[in-house]
Design a protein around this ligand. Structure first.
Ligand code: ARG
Length: 459
């Protein structure tokens, strides 16, 4: 049994059920590295400020470094009977460094210690998440560039709308992912504020130097209010919200690719190595990886909900409820990193079914807006043009004829402004080239965007 950090106040041993129920070592052991690094900085400061003798500080730091080595090497044996990671390390340090270890917790509480640990963890994870997003963006960009000329039908309401460059569609993902990355990097600014020194909730009468601790640990500021330092977890909620939005984006990307891989669409083929089969239907080749990416949005959003509800209505300052913020944040971050990584690899394992895609571009109704704009350029009002083209499309559908197969007389029946030259714009290539506005699918503009992203992501 690990020694309690608060045992002497109690006239009785805690019930074994209580020990088990209140313990967090099974999950907060993930914070061991940060707990030790935080303690090294704290002990160094205590020694420098002569709050504890410098020989004791040196002994503590030395002992902690030995423990850290084991933790980093994965050799550390966590004590399953410890109340939490803080108690586990403290206990072990006493065994290694003797009575000097008893001075480590001077001017500190587990309340500010856990806030520090989780912020250190998040500082590292936010960096890794941003890098993982960049890797996925690069993978999408490579895919876009190697299929730079491919044109696909684009959809609204899942009904064929207009044609676009595949690269343009893919760059929409890159844009959304960039905002996801920026949101995470922005959250990191609020994580980067050092809470240690708040102690239980009111600060300390001992002459600590919080800035010195912050500097050693690479934090850019210290928190301004000791109560706020130990009572809030908004930075955890914020990162979970950012991951929830990211996962919504990833689920939509996954859904596009799932649709595109169906027989009905036949836009893409996913390599066998990234598909799975059916135990009963021998013909099946299923996009399970994408489905699990799509499904992960439920997991991540669930973790966000759980911490929001956990924090709702809690009185200031620290409450033990807050211990339960850890599994959700760990799960959400692990899941997000996992789906980013597999999505990155998946893009390397998709090929475009070029002929099948090209065959979808023969539906001339996709160029209806181009015909409207052709009429507008001839002086017809927008409403008038919309009306003419509406009748034209319906007439062609009724007769089972293509617009390009209509005679000059037939065209004129819809409008005197509808000349035979309209047939020249009834192709996907022409349709793209007709687009002029900044941000449109015009091939020249898309090429410039591909270039811009290459430079930005490889900077
Ligand atoms: N395991 C606790 C948590 O995760 C650490 C702080 C405990 N503080 C306390 N006074 N019991 O929040």
């Amino acid at each position: 049994m690990s020694k309690k950090l608060w045992g002497s106040r109690f006239s009785k041993k805690t019930n074994a059920m209580v020990d088990k129920f209140t313990s967090s070592i099974s999950y907060d052991q993930r914070l061991a590295k940060y707990d030790i690094l935080g303690s090294i900085a704290h002990a160094t400061m205590l020694g420098k400020k002569k709050i504890i003798p410098s020989v004791d500080a040196a002994k503590i730091v030395k002992g902690l470094k030995v423990i850290l080595k084991d933790v980093v090497a994965g050799k550390f044996k966590f004590d399953p009977t410890a109340e939490d990671i803080h108690s586990n390390i403290q206990d072990l340090l006493f065994k290694k460094s003797g009575s000097a270890a008893l001075k480590l917790h001077t001017a500190r509480s587990r309340n500010d210690q856990i806030a520090l640990d989780i912020k250190m963890y998040l500082k590292e994870e936010t960096k890794e998440l941003a890098e993982s997003i960049s890797l996925l963006q690069k993978s999408i960009l490579r895919f876009a560039k190697s299929n730079a000329k491919v044109i696909i039908p684009s959809y609204t309401h899942l009904q064929v709308a207009q044609c676009v460059l595949l690269a343009h569609h893919l760059l929409a993902y890159v844009e959304a992912l960039e905002r996801d990355k920026e949101r995470i990097q922005d959250a990191a600014k609020r994580i980067d504020i050092m809470p240690l020194g708040a102690c239980a909730l009111s600060g300390t009468g001992l002459p600590i130097d919080r800035t010195l601790v912050a500097k050693q640990l690479g934090f850019s500021k210290v928190t301004e209010n000791s109560i706020d330092s130990v009572s809030d977890r908004d930075y955890i909620i914020e990162i979970l919200a950012d991951l929830a939005i990211l996962s919504v984006h990833l689920s939509r990307m996954a859904e596009d690719l799932i649709l595109w891989s169906t027989k009905e669409f036949s836009f893409i083929d996913i390599d066998f190595s990234f598909c799975t089969g059916s135990s009963i239907m021998p013909h099946k080749k299923n996009p399970d990886v994408l489905e699990l990416i799509r499904g992960s949005v439920g997991k991540i959003n669930g973790e966000l909900s759980s911490v929001l509800i956990l924090m709702k209505g809690l009185p200031l300052s620290y409450n033990r409820d807050m211990q339960l913020d850890k599994p959700p944040v760990f799960n959400a971050i692990d899941t997000a990193k996992n789906i980013l990584e597999i999505f990155e690899a998946l893009f390397e394992n998709i090929i475009i079914e070029k002929e099948a895609v090209a065959a979808k571009l023969t539906d001339e109704s996709m160029f209806s807006v181009d015909i409207v704009e052709y009429l507008i350029k001839k002086g017809v009002s927008y409403r008038g043009a919309h009306d003419i083209v509406g009748r034209l499309v319906r007439g062609c559908l009724d007769k089972g004829k293509k617009i390009s197969a209509l005679s000059p007389q037939e065209l004129k029946r819809y409008s005197t402004e509808l000349g035979s030259d309209v047939k020249k714009i009834l192709s996907a290539e022409k349709s793209l080239n007709l687009k002029k506005s900044y941000g449109s699918t015009n091939p020249r503009l898309v090429a410039a965007q591909l270039d811009k992203w290459s430079k930005k992501l490889h900077a």
